[in-house]
Design a binder for this molecule. Sequence first.
Ligand SMILES: Nc1ncnc2c1ncn2[C@@H]1O[C@H](COP(=O)(O)OP(=O)(O)OP(=O)(O)O)[C@@H](O)[C@H]1O
Length: 435
Amino acid sequence: MAMLLRKVLASMSNRSLSNGDSSERNRLSSSSSSSSSLGAFDQIPSDILMQIVKLLGPKEAAMMSTVSKYWKSLVSDDRLWIFFLQNDQDLSDSVFFAEINLRSGYPLEAFSQLSFMRIYSQRMQVPGSIIIDGGSGYCKFGWSKDVCPSGRSATFLEFGNIESPMSSRLRQFFSIIYNRMQVKAAAQPVVVSIPILHYDDTESAKASRRQLKEAIYATLFDMNVPAACAINQATLALYAARRTSGIVVNIGFQVTSVVPILHGKVMRKVGVEVVGVGALKLTGFLRELMQQNNINFESLYTVRTLKENLCYVAYDYDAELLKHTQASFEATAEGWFTLSKERFQTGEILFQPRMAGVRAMGLHQAVALCMDHCHAAELASDDWFKTIVLTGGTACLPGLAVEHLPQSLVRDEKAVSPKIETQPPMVTAPIHVLA
Ligand SMILES: Nc1ncnc2c1ncn2[C@@H]1O[C@H](COP(=O)(O)OP(=O)(O)OP(=O)(O)O)[C@@H](O)[C@H]1O
C-alpha cells in the first residue's frame, strides 16, 4: 500500500511539473481520453484506486483531477467527496441536509445536479455562517458551527427609537451584534430568523412580512454581507431538525404557536394555532406560586433562573401531586431556594392554561387540532404532519418532549405516534443557506 501511495504521489508531482508544458499536457490528455489509460495504474481495480485516493485526502484528489480526463472522472465520484465531507467536517449530516434539501430554495426540489466535489470546495470557502435568531423576547446570536448561541441582546423589535425608520433601527441592531461577535459584516454569510408574527393569511399580514424581510435584506446588503437568508423561526427550527415538513410547536416568549409546514412552506391556509401561554407566563406563574408560599426573591430574573433549573413537566399531573418533589437550587447572590409542587405546576399551565387564569386550549389540544386540520386539508398523501418539532427555550423543560406530548397526541389506536424532536432556543445546526 505504501508503495502504491508513493507511486501515486510521484505520478502527481510529475504531472504537476509538466503543468506548464502545454504540449505535454495535451499529449497526456489526448492519450488518456483516447485510451482511458492510467499508465502504471492500469492494472489496479478502480475500487482499490478509490481507497488510495481516500487515504491521500481531498487536496490531492482535487489535484489529481487536473492530471487527465481519466483521473478527473475517477476522482469526481460523488462517493469519494461524500466520504471526505463525512470525515472532514463535524456535522456533515447537516451539510448534506442543507445541500440536498435546501440548496435550490423554495419550492424545495429533489437534489439537483451539483456534484459533491463542488459542494466540498464551496464548504471550504465558506466554513460557517452567523446565525441571528431575532426572537420576540430575546435575540440570540452565534456561529452555525457552535452548539449554542455566543450571546444575547434585546430583540430588533425593541431597538432604537421607535419613531426612527426600521432601516436605521435594523442597522443599529446588526452593528451591535457584529461588534459583539468581533467580526466584519462583509466577512461572513448570515442567516436571520424572524419571529413568527402576523400569522394570518390576509393581504396586509403578507405585506408586513414581506416588508420586514425586505428591510432586513436591504440593511444587510447595505452593510456588504456576502450572502443573507431571512427566514421565519418555525421553518428554520424545522430545518435545524433536518426536516422540511412537519408541525413546529414554538413555545415563544409571549405565546405558543403551532405551525404546519409542508416542503418548507408555512401552511397558513391550513391554519397556525396560537395559544396565549408563553415563556413569560410561566415565569409569572412561578412568581405567583412563590409569593403564595412566602418564598422571597429579589427579581424576576431569579424566578426565571429557578424555572430553568428546577422546573419540569409531569408525565401524570395528578400522580405527581402525591409524590415528594422537593428540590433546591442556589441562585447567585440570593442563596438557596427550595421548591416542591411549583416545580411541575409551572409547566403544567402549557396543558392547563386555566390554572394561570388563561382561557385557552392546552398545547396538546392545539397540536391535535392542527393535525386534524392538516389531515382534512389532504395536501400530501404521506404523514408529513406527524413529525412534531418543539422549539423555543421553554421546550428545554425536562419531561416535555419525552413523556408528555406523545401521550397526549395519540388520537386513536391506529394513529401513528408522532415523531417528536426538540430544538434548543437557538437554531444550532449549521444550515448554510446562501441567497
Ligand atoms: N432550560 C430551560 N428550561 C426552561 N425554560 C428555559 C430554558 N432555557 C430557556 N428558557 C426560557 O425560554 C425563554 C426564552 O425563550 P426564547 O429565547 O425561545 O424566546 P424568544 O425566541 O424571544 O420568543 P419568540 O419565539 O416568541 O420569538 C425564557 O423565558 C427562558 O427562561
